[in-house]
Design a protein around this ligand. Structure first.
Ligand SMILES: *Cc1c(COP(=O)(O)O)cnc(C)c1O
Length: 400
């Protein structure tokens, strides 16, 4: 009998008891809104901002309603205006071009490489030809790439870097935390990321004026003085009259759920590394299957794994996905004709002008992606790899 996997690829771990207790405390207080504070009390949202600023080494942190809101607010606070072009990766998730569109700007997609990082040659060419002043770099699936080369290109082209760190919370490049390479880093605490509050976002930066604008945009009313991880109140003197309130605050309940999770992020990152490795080792040497090479400087978080099936035709990949699904292994394919679930592509985002991305399309047409939730153990990782390995071999056999 063929082995079957019975775990759920969308099942995260439960919220830790300490976080549940903290959430109950907030609910008993009735003070869920971040600016509803009893005298002498530090609200959970403000404490979360302090915690995350300390963790990442950023001067400032702002807690928001989602990762998408963090990106849209960051773009606007960085001075992006309607009609401006904003560079971003051709391979990313829908909230990234969505955030660009939310500020009325136009996404310009940059090709990705076979390592699933932004193509620096195409980036350089597009910086020169498009005249964009901002790059919203999506560290999609935690692939980081050569950040020093990227920073050089941005500096030469006068391009401001904003990092989308939805998949790199807890990751580093050359020892430096992801999100600390440009003007700002945007994180998500949505259920499928590295800390889970259902929805949520965190924005970090060292730039006082940028963060003051972002705080006003988030909807701070005139309570910006209640941001211990925010800039000095003096900087708001002029800004506070000029910056609209877009109401995208995080509440104390979500912040309470997140703080104990941030405190144990390092431990989860280590477990993800072991789980990733259990799958990777099981897939190594599978004929026809190419794993994604990682740069030694990349301290990535193994919350998902990708591989390529170069030369495979669409129907054969579709058959592999179906056969793995029948054995309980849920693979995502970015090459299907229609976007399903989380697999939309640049050509699904038709509010943006159609763009030619021959290299990205070629890579995505044979790219497989798989979630690795921490509800899986190492034996699960090994079993999943065995199933994929067998089905890849069976598909190759069928084609021969
Ligand atoms: C999840 C995600 C985001 C942010 O998503 P929200 O659901 O808005 O928190 C941003 N970028 C990528 C690549 C993502 O996967």
């Amino acid at each position: 009998m063929a082995e079957r996997f019975t775990g759920s690829f969308t099942q995260q771990e439960p919220i830790p008891e300490e976080a549940i207790a903290a959430a109950l405390g907030v609910m008993r207080s009735g003070r869920l809104h971040r600016y509803n504070v009893a005298s002498g009390e530090e609200p959970e949202a403000a404490a979360l901002e302090r915690d995350f600023a300390r963790m990442t080494g950023a001067r400032y942190c702002l807690a928001l309603a989602s990762g998408g809101q963090a990106m849209a607010i960051a773009l606007r606070a960085a001075g992006v205006r309607p009609g401006d072009r904003v560079l971003t990766n051709g391979f990313t998730l829908a909230p990234v071009p969505g955030a660009i569109a939310a500020v009325g700007a136009v996404p310009v997609f940059v090709e990705v490489t076979e390592r699933l990082v932004i193509d620096l040659g195409d980036l350089e060419a597009k910086i020169a030809s498009v005249g964009a002043k901002v790059l919203l770099l999506s560290l999609m699936r935690g692939h980081i790439g050569d950040m020093s080369a990227l920073l050089r290109l941005c500096a030469e082209g006068g391009v401001t870097l904003i990092e989308d760190c939805a998949h790199t919370m807890g990751a580093t490049w050359d020892g430096r935390p992801s999100g600390r390479f440009g003007l700002a880093g945007c994180f998500s605490t949505q259920t499928y990321k590295h800390a889970n509050s259902g929805e949520g976002g965190l924005l970090i930066s060292d730039d006082a004026e940028f963060m003051a604008r972002a705080t006003m945009l988030s909807g701070s009313y005139m309570f910006y003085g209640r941001h211990p991880a925010g800039p000095e109140p003096e900087i708001y003197e002029r800004l506070r009259y000029e910056t609209p309130n877009c109401s995208a605050r995080m509440d104390n309940l979500r912040a309470a759920i997140l703080r104990p999770q941030l405190a144990t992020l390092g431990e989860r990152v280590a477990r993800w590394a072991a789980l990733y490795r259990s799958v990777e080792v099981g897939l190594e040497g599978t004929p026809g299957l190419v794993l994604i090479a990682r740069d030694a400087r990349e301290g990535f978080v193994g919350s998902s794994i990708q591989f390529r099936l170069p030369g495979w035709e669409g129907p054969r990949i579709a058959a592999l996905v179906a056969r793995c699904a029948a054995r309980g292994v849920e693979l995502k394919w970015f090459g299907a004709a229609e976007p399903a679930g989380f697999t939309s592509r640049h050509d699904s985002w038709r509010y943006a002008p159609a763009q030619r991305l021959a290299q990205t399309d070629r890579i995505l047409s044979t790219l497989i992606d798989m979630r690795l939730p921490l509800s899986f153990g190492l034996d699960d990782g090994r079993l999943i790899a065995r199933i994929i390995r067998e089905e890849v071999a069976a598909a190759a056999h069928a084609a021969a």
